[in-house]
Design a protein around this ligand. Sequence first.
Ligand SMILES: [Zn+2]
Length: 140
Amino acid sequence: MAGSERDWRYIGHLLACRSGSLCEGCGKPLVPGARELSIHHRQPRGMGGTDRSEAHFLSNLLLLCAGSTRRLAGVAGCHGAVEAYRENAERRGLLVRHGLDPAAEPVTLASGRRVLLADDGPFYLPPADGPLYGNLGLAR
Ligand SMILES: [Zn+2]
């Protein structure tokens, strides 16, 4: 079941719900189903023995723009930038080192907001070291 075309359509839909159909790297609006949209694995598959179903947890996936043209050598847009500037991408949580749990590693969104990515639904969670309601501006 995992990895089928239908699963990717569903996962893409969940990611679009989570991000409001915005690139989670630069905040650019993305058209669902368009070619310039790509699903990025924060912790790439095929390294460090990450098992297949785990690699598809929502916490390991980001919706990123990939530019309007796919080049032979790679992809453009934020997806290309993650690959080209891996150190910066790691600092922002767009890439996660092997041995770390993507669900516990915050991502800095284009707005500057730091979030954790939930596994069990298309939503962001506050980071462990942040205030629970900080993103809503509520006092505790
Ligand atoms: Zn982008």
